[in-house]
Design a binder for this molecule. Sequence first.
Ligand code: GLC
Ligand code: CA
Length: 558
Amino acid sequence: MANNQWYKELAVYQIWPRSFKDGNGDGIGDLWGVLEELDYIKSLGVDAIWFSPLYCSPNADYGYDISDYRKISPEYGDNELFKKVLDEAHKRGLKVIMDLVVNHTSDEHQWFIESKKGKDNPYHDYYFWRDGKGKDGKKPPNNWLSVFEGGAWEYNEDLKQYYLHVFAKKQVDLNMDNPKVREEVKEIMKFWLDMGVDGFREDVITFISKAEVRPNGFPLPICTGLEHYKKGPHIHEYLSEFRHDVLDKYDCFVVGESPMTDAKTALEFTDEHGDKELDMMFLFDHMEADCFMTDTIHLPFNLKKMKKAFANWHKTLDGKGWPALYLENHDHPRIVDRYGDLNYRIESAKMLATMCYMQSGTVFIYQGQEIGMTNFHLDSLDQFKDVVTFNNQKIFKKLGFSDNFYLKVANKTSRENSRTPVQWTSGEYAGFSTTEPWFHLNPNYKQINVEQAENDENSILNYYRKLLKFRKENPIVIYGDYKEHYKESDKLYVYERNYEGKRLLVISSFSDKPVTFNAPEGFNLKNGKKVLGNYTTEKLTDNGFIMNPYETRVYLFE
Ligand code: GLC
Ligand code: CA
């Protein structure tokens, strides 16, 4: 059984600021908009906000390329306004966590500008500068490819050296082996913690240590070299240092983003009996039930794959680590389009929330998820904006696919799908702004919006509220154990939870056809109370029922 700690009981709402709400009428979401909607956020029943980066950034990767870690971008407001949002959030009992992006800085960060000035510049070693190979030194130091944009090395004519960028060209990898860089990171953490923030979501944090000798990597279409930094030689050392020197001194929590990490590896970072470098990690395996490795390589949804991922987390982390439960964020298309069914948008969105958030773990909900926002359909590739979309376009082209084909792929799989402005009303610009928004509105805002959802007792929004309230009032959801039934079913996801003599049975159908459900041995549904569900029917057939399309029910046995 897990030890109780406050961060375990949180439900966190993620704001991707550019598309949340525009408060000053320039078409770009901002902190004025957030201030207007704090009561709405609170009304969901969440306990915290995670802000995707708000700092100064040239927006090569929309905020994930930071040019000043201590300054809020003028597009979003300023530090004073941020402090006001922070205080107002705290007044409402909402904690606030910031995105900490320290694998790389923007190439427009002062450190990088200095580091380019010469090999003897004190900032030169803040980054990975290396001589090229070949007679003229114009071959990159190794074969590494970036995750986002071609080769991982970029040549600088003045210095006649290459710098490393594991992501986009404008996202320059910091040399964490340099103790001065680690001191900078600690100072940045302190700056925000001293201001009163309650923790961090640490961006691709497991990538921050890179092998000293940088050998060639196993050739892949993207991110060749990954094996040399995915969990680099000093990663535990550096994260322990941050923990002991900073985090331990504050009552805060940290969630690390860790692509390509399994639950067993996550324990190395989060074990409650160990150093506990991070409190929890965002794993990715449950998001790979309809794709291969990356969203871009789309496959039909495979329920068993998803169930296995969840089961594996609970088995591996049980009593030692803590899961971060999420279905959406700014890096993935919308979940109803993926694991749900647009023909049953409302039913399947409620079902997905139930099957995920009735599990043990800290809850993360992404803006718009609570009203069941969906993917878009853009008509041409030049309507997209993200560096990743364009990189993938090049890769598809190289592999012989037409742009027309790729357009279909991008519409289905691009992370830009989750970045359309939040749909507040059916009115002009969806109530997001008073002017043309920076990015396309999904035309379905006329039907799908917060205002509509507020006025409909049976909306997805109101279901999220009920669900979060139930979670809060019933510690079994947070601390109960996990036992799965009908593991082999490719239509049903059924699990039970046990805690202090109570039992919970969570039954979800992933089928658009009726499915027969019989209660697992040891359960008599007549003795249980149906506490949550997405259909009003209560009818039982013996000790089971015929499930409606995408039906979900939660029974509590006291
Ligand atoms: C993380 C962020 C993503 C960003 C990348 C590079 O995966 O979530 O949005 O592009 O890191 O910083
Ligand atoms: Ca604005």
